[in-house]
Design a protein around this ligand. Structure first.
Ligand code: CTP
Length: 424
């Protein structure tokens, strides 16, 4: 697992209350710690019946706090971060975010009424940072009017909720009340922490994945794009606080929390959605592997195999970036357009030609013949070329790291443009 720039050195107070879903929160604690966050876990008495403090301590490498009275000893230990003897105040003040997962009906009821009868609820009362509640309880408890009214109160006061999801409960019941999965909680955490980022209030359109061009109802022409690079870009844009529309061809990747996902199939379909959404966007990141050709006609019935080979005449699909450049030649929308170039030879020259031809601010080029980069790989090795003639070779890195690097350049380009345009 790797670092996430947004989470590095951020202080996350992870409150764990007593529900069976607590075991899944171990995964969350581990993920956050590996991403670079400082995770201080605070457990209620009931939570320690499900998972031991030692588990969280091992995963986060930090002391775990369980009671108001024992907390003092822990805080004065070698690893102590808190000079204060008022541990709950010290922990609360230092935190960038308080996450309570699982948040039981009991803990939420206490929070709604301002009770402070254990370290976690005392902390929640003292904290001024944003609070994210991740409820987990049985269907009937979640549906109960008391819980619903407590949740409404907490929301009104600014708490955010992740879930609960529908599904099968530990009790065997089906319905709403399941804790959302750790990856999704992480997405909500990123959304809250990213809100004040460099792209706050900006609209970013990202395209991802392959397109599919049907031949008949069961056959199509496509390419091996997994969508990973585009989805990573959408996540990086969310981490910077942007409002993100993710226009994606067919892929099974989960939608980054907070992104609006628009699914398309063909190049023409992607073209139509991009043109409809880009007029209001500040940034367009065109990471999709758009098919350049489609069968001239689509058979309405499945083509029978017969005796002979099948000749399919292929015609051009619209070039989406060219259409964007033609639609908004001078209006400055989108302010920053980034293209991608999949090349198998002459990478810098071919990429630069595309940068010019498609009127881009930046092009991210990769060699699709490398096995550890490009289509369907987890990692990517790219070269960034800009309009001013700059060329930067990035080392082999994860697609998430490439996305963070690209977004950094986008923020710089956006800032530079607005200074020049005089409307910053
Ligand atoms: N692109 C597009 N519309 C298309 C094809 C590509 O907008 N019909 C975009 C891609 O999303 C990418 C950039 O153009 O950002 C370059 O794509 P690439 O496939 O590398 O280049 P092509 O323009 O298709 O040129 P060629 O296939 O000849 O290399």
């Amino acid at each position: 697992m790797e670092k996430i720039a947004l989470l590095e050195n951020r202080r996350i107070l992870l409150g764990v209350s007593g529900g069976i879903a607590a075991y899944k929160v171990c995964t969350l604690a581990s993920r956050l710690a590996q991403a670079g966050a400082q995770v201080d876990v605070v457990m209620t008495e009931a939570a320690t019946r499900f998972v031991t403090p030692l588990t969280f301590q091992s995963l986060t490498g930090r002391p775990v706090y369980t009671t108001m009275w024992g907390a003092l000893d822990a805080a004065l230990g070698e690893d102590a971060v808190l000079p204060t003897h008022v541990v709950h105040v010290g922990l609360a003040e230092a935190a960038d975010l308080l996450v309570i997962a699982p948040a039981t009906a009991n803990t939420m009821a206490k929070l709604a009424h301002g009770l402070a009868d254990n370290l976690l609820t005392a902390l929640a009362l003292a904290a001024r940072c944003p609070t994210l509640l991740v409820p987990a309880m049985d269907v009937e408890m979640w549906a109960h009017a008391a819980t619903q009214s407590n949740v409404a109160t907490l929301r009104e006061r600014g708490a955010r909720l992740a879930g609960p999801a529908r599904g099968r409960m530990a009790s065997g019941l089906e319905g709403e009340g399941r804790m959302v999965e750790p990856e999704e909680i992480l997405g909500h955490i990123r959304l809250v922490l990213g809100r004040e980022g460099a792209l706050a209030g900006r609209r970013v359109v990202v395209t991802a994945g392959p397109t599919r061009e049907p031949i008949d109802p069961v056959r199509f022409v496509s390419n091996p794009s997994s969508g990973r690079q585009g989805f990573a870009l959408a996540q990086a844009a969310l981490d910077s606080g942007a409002e993100v529309t993710l226009v994606t061809g067919p892929t099974h990747l989960p939608t980054p929390v907070g992104a609006e996902r628009v699914e398309v199939v063909t190049a023409q379909g992607m073209h139509d959605v991009v043109l409809a959404t880009t007029g209001a966007a500040d940034v367009l990141l065109m990471a999709a592997a758009v098919g350049d050709f489609r069968p001239e006609t689509i058979a309405s019935q499945k083509i029978k195999k017969g005796e002979h080979d099948l000749g399919v005449r292929m015609v051009r699909t619209p070039d989406i970036l060219a259409a964007v450049a033609a639609r908004w030649p001078d209006s400055g929308r989108p302010r920053v357009t980034v293209g991608f170039a999949a090349e198998s030879e002459n990478l810098p020259d071919n990429a630069r030609a595309k940068l010019v031809a498609k009127n881009l601010d930046l092009i991210v080029a990769n060699d699709i013949t490398a096995r550890d980069a490009g289509f369907a790989a987890e990692t990517n090795r790219v070269v960034l070329l800009d309009r001013q003639g700059g060329l930067e070779r990035l080392p082999l890195m994860s697609k998430a790291a490439v996305a963070e690097a690209v977004l950094e350049r986008v923020v710089a380009l956006l800032t530079a443009k607005e200074v020049i345009d005089g409307d910053a």
